[in-house]
Write a protein that binds this ligand. Structure first.
Ligand code: BGC
Length: 859
C-alpha cells in the first residue's frame, strides 16, 4: 500500500499568466475609494467543484491626485533648518451628528508621522509614509477609522517627525536632503448611513504645538521629556486655545501615490537574555540577538530623572561595548521621567541596530522584565525554511534571516546601525534571490524598483543608492545592474509579468547606458566601478578586490543584456528580443577576445573572475571545463579558503556545484577558519557581517571605518542552501515555480538537509536523509569518518509538489531499480504521480505531478 498522498484539487487559472494579455484590465473600471469583495472556488481535473472561499476584499484609494482637497500644513516655518527639531503635534477637533456607515483617513507627510484619533494611535504601521524618492513619489496611507469615530466631539491628530525626509542622512552629516520643512496632509472622509459625505481635511484651522519628543531622528535616536507630554492632546475636549495656528505649505500633490509596500511593523518582541557589568563599569543588557528596532522599557522615577540607552552591536575584546563602527550615528535614547506612577516608553521616529544596550541612570534595581526588544521590519510573509544536521550551518541560516529582517525596512538597506542605512543597489541585487526564499519580497521590491526607475538618470545611469541621496559618481557595474537583475528575479520567483512591464524601459535604459560607455560598444571598460568590493585579494589598504574592473563590468553587461533580451521575449517584444539577443552574443564574443585565451585561460586568475565567467555563461565547452577546474584549483591551493568580495561570493558555490565541484563548494561552506561563513558564526555572530574578519582572531576589529555586523550581502549563500543543498529550483521557462526542478546535492558531513518554500502555487518541500552504519556524519565539524563506505548508505528524498504544478526531480546517486516509495516499498513504475522516470549518469530523473513523495534507496 502506498502512503503517497496525491492532492487532486486543481485551481484552474483561465488567464495566461505569461505574456501581456494578463495585464489588460477586464471587467468594469474601478471606482475611487471603493471596496471590492471577492471569493474563490476551484475545479479539479475531474471537474469537481470546491466550496466557495471566505469573502475577501481589496479597496481602492484615490484614483487621481485631483481628489486631494486637503492642504499641506506645517508648524516649521521659522525653524533653523540645519538643526535637529522637536516633533510637532498637529490637531483638529470636529463633531459628528448621525450614524457613520464608513470613514477613512488618507494621510501622508513630508517627514514621518503617527496618526491619532480620539485618544489613541491609529493602526500599527511604523515610520509612515515609508521611504521613497520623495520628490518624485510620495506614498500616502489609508486607515479605516469607522469604528473609532464617536457621536458628538472627535479629534484627529498627527505627530510629525523628521524621518528620512529631513533628518541627518548619509555619512556626510547632511540634513534636509529632500526638503527643509516638515508637513502633513490628511483627509478624513465620513460617509453617513444616508449616503451623505463630510470631509475633514488638513487646513488652516488646525493647531500645532511641540510635545515630549525633543529630537527623534533615524541615526540619532530619540530625546524624550515625558514632563512635556500633552495629555489628552488627541481628544476632542482638549483645550488647544494656546496652540499655534498651522501654516499652509505650498507643496505639490502630484507626486502622491497610494501605499505600495507592506507596512513596517513591530514583528517580534524579545526579552533580554542577561544584564552584566562591563570592565569599564557599564551596565549592559544583552538581547541575545543582533536586532533592529528599539527598546521598550518601564520605569518608576522622580520627575526630571534621566535614563540613557546607548545601543551597540558587539563587545570589544575587553568586553566593553563597541561604538566605533557606528561612526556618527548616536543610536541613543534619552528619557526624562515625568514622575509618579510607573512610566512606559518606546521611541517614535528612529530605529537602532544592536545586540547590547548600555543603560545609564535606571533608578532602582534593573530587572530584565522591565525591558523588551521590539524587532521592526517590513511585514513580509516568511516563506522559506532551511535546516540541516550541522548546527553551525543552521546558525548561519538564522543569521541570514536576521540580516534580512534588519535590513528590509521599507527599502533594502546595506546596514541598520551606522550613519548609512541606505538602499545600496549592489547589495540588493546580490541578495534578492536568497531574500525571495526566506520571505515574500514581491511588493517590497516592486515598490523599491519604482523608485529606482524614478531616480534613474536621463542617460539611463543608475545611482548607487535608491532612493538617491548621493551626488557625483553613479552607475557602477554590479550595482546599477540591480535595474535588470531585481525585476527579473521578482518575475522568476513570483511569475508576475507586471514587474517586467513596469520596469521595461528602465531595464532597457540601463543596458543602453552601458552600451554608450567607453570606446567599444561590446565591452564596458570605462568609468567608475566598485569592483569586487571588499574582495580579499585586494591590495594593501584597498577595498577593491584584484579582479579587473573591466572584466567584472563586461561580465555584468553581458548578463544584464541577456536578461533584458529574455524580458523582451517574455513580453513578446520581438524586435527588442532580437536586437538584444544579438547584442548579448557580441558582448560574449568580445568578452572572450578580451579576457579568455583561445586555450581557455582567463585573463585574471581570481576566484571572482572564474565565478562570473561560469555564472553568466561567458565560456562554453572545453573552455568552460578548464575555467571550472581553475576555480576549484584556486580554492584548493588556498586550502579551501575564499578570496571573493561582494561580486564573486554570491556565485562561488553555485558555479562549483553546477560544474562538477560540489565537493569543493561543500568544503568551502564547512570551512571554519577565516575567511569563511562559519568563522563569524564561531565568533558568536547572530547576523551576517560586512567583512569576513569584522572581528579578528585576537578579538580586535577590522576597522572603525566600515565594520557593520549586520550586512546581508554575504548571506547570499542562502540561495545555494535552498537551490543546491535542498535542491528547490525552478524551470525559468515556467516561472513562479510552475514547473519545479528538485535537484538536491548531498553534502558531505551532513546526515540530512531540508527546505520548504511557500510559492505562489503552494508549499514546495525538498529534503534528504542519509543513514546507515557507515554514514560518516560528524554532526557538523566537517571532518569525515575515514571508515565511511559510500556503498552502504541509505538515502531518503522527500518531496512535496503543490497542486497545479509539475516537477522534474533528480535523485542523486540513485539507480532506477534501487528506488522505491518510502513506506510501501513500491517500485517507481507503481508510484501514483510519477509520470516518467529515467536513469541518467549518477542519478535517476523523475517527472512528477503534484503530491507528497518519499523516495528511498541504497547508494
Ligand atoms: C556599503 C556597501 C555598499 C558600498 C559600495 C558601503 O558603504 O555599506 O554595502 O555596497 O558602500 O561600495
Amino acid at each position: 500500500m502506498s502512503r503517497l498522498i496525491v492532492k487532486t484539487a486543481t485551481c484552474e487559472y483561465k488567464t495566461n499568466p505569461i505574456g501581456t494579455d494578463s495585464l489588460k484590465p477586464r471587467g468594469p473600471g474601478l471606482q475611487s475609494r471603493t471596496r471590492y469583495y471577492y471569493r474563490i472556488r476551484v475545479w479539479d481535473q475531474q471537474g469537481r467543484t470546491s466550496e466557495w472561499s471566505e469573502t475577501a476584499y481589496w479597496e481602492t484609494a484615490f484614483l487621481g491626485t485631483d481628489e486631494w482637497v486637503a492642504d499641506w500644513i506645517t508648524a516649521d516655518m521659522s525653524a533653523d533648518k540645519t538643526k535637529s527639531e522637536p516633533a510637532y503635534l498637529l490637531r483638529k477637533s470636529f463633531s459628528i451628528q448621525g450614524t457613520v456607515a464608513k470613514a477613512r483617513i488618507y494621510a501622508t507627510s513630508l517627514g514621518v508621522y503617527e496618526l491619532h484619533l480620539n485618544g489613541g494611535r491609529v493602526g500599527d504601521a511604523l515610520l509612515t509614509p515609508g521611504w521613497t524618492s520623495y520628490n518624485k513619489r510620495l506614498q500616502y496611507q489609508t486607515y479605516d477609522v469607522t469604528s473609532l469615530l464617536q457621536d458628538g466631539g472627535n479629534a484627529v491628530g498627527v505627530i510629525l517627525g523628521s524621518g528620512w525626509y529631513k533628518a541627518t542622512l548619509g555619512w556626510k552629516g547632511e540634513k534636509s536632503l529632500f526638503g527643509d520643512i516638515k508637513a502633513a496632509l490628511l483627509q478624513l472622509h465620513i460617509t453617513y448611513e444616508d449616503g451623505s459625505e463630510v470631509v475633514i481635511a488638513s487646513d488652516s484651522s488646525w493647531k500645532a504645538e511641540t510635545g515630549a519628543i525633543l529630537i527623534s531622528e533615524i541615526y540619532y535616536g530619540e530625546s524624550y521629556d515625558a514632563r512635556l507630554e500633552k495629555a489628552g492632546w488627541n481628544c476632542a475636549d482638549y483645550g488647544d486655545e494656546a496652540w499655534r495656528v498651522v501654516t499652509l505649505l505650498d507643496h505639490t500633490k502630484e507626486t502622491l501615490v497610494a501605499q505600495e509596500n507592506l507596512p513596517t511593523r513591530v514583528i517580534q518582541t524579545i526579552k533580554p537574555v542577561s544584564v552584566f557589568t562591563t570592565p569599564a563599569g557599564d551596565t549592559v543588557l544583552d538581547m541575545g540577538q543582533n536586532m533592529v528596532g528599539w527598546i521598550h522599557f518601564q520605569v518608576k522615577g522622580s520627575p526630571g530623572h534621566k535614563i540613557t540607552l546607548q545601543h551597540a552591536e558587539v563587545l570589544d575584546k575587553d568586553g566593553n561595548i563597541y561604538l566605533g563602527n557606528l561612526r556618527s550615528a548616536k543610536q541613543t535614547i534619552e528619557y526624562i521621567c515625568k514622575g509618579g506612577s510607573q512610566e512606559s516608553y518606546e521611541p517614535h521616529f528612529t530605529f537602532q541596530g544592536f545586540r547590547y544596550v548600555k543603560v545609564e541612570g535606571y533608578p532602582g534595581e534593573l530587572s530584565l522584565d522591565n525591558f523588551r526588544g521590539r524587532v521592526i521590519h517590513t511585514d513580509m510573509e516568511p516563506t522559506g525554511s532551511f535546516e540541516c544536521s550541522d548546527p553551525l550551518i543552521n546558525q548561519l541560516q538564522s543569521n541570514i534571516v536576521w540580516g534580512q529582517k534588519g535590513n528590509f525596512l521599507d527599502i533594502p538597506t546595506d546596514c541598520p546601525q551606522r550613519d548609512e542605512r541606505l538602499g545600496w543597489t549592489g547589495d540588493a541585487q546580490v541578495f534578492i534571490r536568497t531574500a525571495a526564499f526566506n520571505m515574500n519580497v514581491a511588493s517590497f521590491f516592486t515598490k523599491w524598483l519604482k523608485d529606482l526607475k524614478a531616480d534613474q538618470l536621463p542617460d539611463g545611469g543608475v545611482p548607487f543608492v535608491i532612493p538617491n541621496i548621493l551626488e557625483g559618481d553613479h552607475s557602477s557595474s554590479a550595482w546599477g545592474d540591480a535595474a535588470v537583475i531585481c525585476p527579473w528575479t521578482v518575475y522568476l520567483c513570483y511569475g508576475d509579468v507586471r514587474v517586467l512591464e513596469e520596469q521595461y524601459e528602465s531595464m532597457k535604459a540601463w543596458v543602453e547606458y552601458i552600451r554608450k560607455q567607453g570606446d567599444n560598444e561590446f565591452l564596458w571598460n570605462s568609468g567608475f566601478h566598485f569592483g569586487d568590493w571588499l574582495g580579499l585579494d585586494a591590495k594593501e589598504n584597498s577595498y577593491i578586490g584584484a579582479t579587473p574592473k573591466d572584466l567584472i563590468a563586461t561580465a555584468f553587461y553581458a548578463y544584464s543584456t541577456r536578461l533584458f533580451a529574455q524580458t523582451a521575449e517574455v513580453l513578446q517584444r520581438a524586435e527588442d528580443a532580437r536586437e538584444y539577443r544579438r547584442l548579448y552574443e557580441q558582448i560574449v564574443q568580445n568578452f572572450r577576445c578580451e579576457f579568455v585565451t583561445p586555450n581557455g585561460r582567463l585573463a585574471a586568475d581570481t576566484q571572482t573572475a572564474y565565478a562570473l565567467a561560469l555564472m553568466f555563461d561567458l565560456v562554453e565547452g572545453e573552455v568552460k571545463k578548464r575555467v571550472a577546474k581553475s576555480l576549484a584549483g584556486h580554492i584548493e591551493e588556498n586550502k579551501f579558503h575564499l578570496t571573493t568580495g561582494f561580486v564573486g561570493t554570491p556565485y562561488l558555490c553555485l558555479v562549483l556545484s553546477e560544474n562538477g565541484y560540489h565537493d569543493v563548494a561543500t568544503k568551502l561552506v564547512h570551512q571554519q577558519e577565516y575567511p569563511s561563513w562559519l568563522y563569524s558564526v564561531n565568533k558568536g555572530a547572530t547576523t551576517v557581517w560586512e567583512h569576513w574578519d569584522g572581528i579578528k582572531e585576537d578579538g580586535s576589529f577590522w576597522s572603525d571605518d566600515m565594520n557593520s555586523f549586520n550586512h546581508y550581502a554575504y548571506g547570499a549563500i542562502g540561495d545555494w542552501f535552498y537551490r543546491v543543498v535542498a535542491g528547490i529550483d525552478m524551470d525559468e521557462k515556467q516561472p513562479g515555480y510552475k514547473h519545479i526542478l528538485i535537484r538536491p546535492q548531498l553534502m558531505e558531513g551532513l546526515s540530512y538537509a531540508r527546505a520548504s518554500l511557500k510559492s505562489m502555487y503552494g508549499e514546495i518541500a525538498s529534503g534528504w536523509e542519509v543513514s546507515g552504519a557507515s554514514d560518516g556524519i560528524d554532526n557538523g565539524s566537517g571532518k569525515r569518518d575515514s571508515a565511511t563506505e559510500e556503498s552502504s548508505k541509505h538515502i531518503k528524498v522527500k518531496v512535496t509538489i503543490p497542486v497545479n504544478t509539475t516537477a522534474t526531480v533528480e535523485l542523486p546517486s540513485a539507480s532506477l531499480e534501487a528506488v522505491s516509495e518510502g513506506a510501501s516499498g513500491e517500485k517507481i513504475s507503481q508510484i501514483v504521480g510519477v509520470v516518467d522516470s529515467k536513469q541518467a549518469e549518477g542519478m535517476v530523473i523523475l517527472e512528477l505531478t503534484s503530491g507528497s513523495y518519499e523516495f528511498s534507496y541504497l547508494m
